[in-house]
Design a protein around this ligand. Structure first.
Ligand code: HEC
Length: 133
């Protein structure tokens, strides 16, 4: 038993060491490059991070099921069908297309989404559409 846990420990340490190794990549000048997650992040990944993080969108939106707001898949479907822009909606420049009767609830979140950059809004849109495949 002891041997097994020792082996496990060794493997885990190797994995940890290995992932640290990646962080100390150097640029062409030989300077260590700061590990930056945004550089390798796809728009979908950035969108997911905002959706679940500072956007607090998951409080009301889940992938498949309606909670307080419509499911992400439903929203994505409506926006694809109508060829509309989620990013524009989140800037407060669009019309509610999914559930206009509940628009006031969603509108309160424009306080957050209006502070996001275009890149972040487009990332949110990319993430939401990526769940509807
Ligand atoms: C307090 C609950 C709540 C939170 C938090 C919330 N939403 Fe919503 N959202 C709603 C409700 C309710 C609707 C349905 C009303 C509507 O369609 O406008 C909605 C609708 C939407 C729609 C469809 C709008 C349309 O055209 O009808 C989008 C897109 C959306 N939300 C994105 C987001 C994103 C992105 C976030 C995070 C930044 C977010 N929501 C956070 C409640 C919420």
């Amino acid at each position: 038993m002891k041997k097994i846990s020792y082996t496990f420990f060794t493997i885990t340490s190797l994995l940890v060491l290995n992932s640290c190794g990646k962080k100390t990549e150097t640029d062409p000048m030989g300077n260590p490059v700061e590990q930056s997650t945004t550089a390798t992040q796809t728009p979908e990944e950035l969108g997911k991070e905002i959706f679940e993080g500072k956007g607090t969108c998951t409080t009301c939106h889940r992938a498949d099921t309606k909670v307080i707001g419509p499911s992400i898949k439903e929203i994505s479907k409506v926006y694809k069908d109508k060829k509309a822009s989620i990013a524009l909606f989140l800037k407060g420049e669009g019309e509610p297309l999914v559930d206009p009767s509940q628009y006031e609830v969603m509108k309160a979140n424009f306080a957050i989404t209006k502070t996001l950059s275009d890149e972040e809004l487009e990332a949110l849109e990319a993430y939401m559409h990526s769940l509807n495949k």
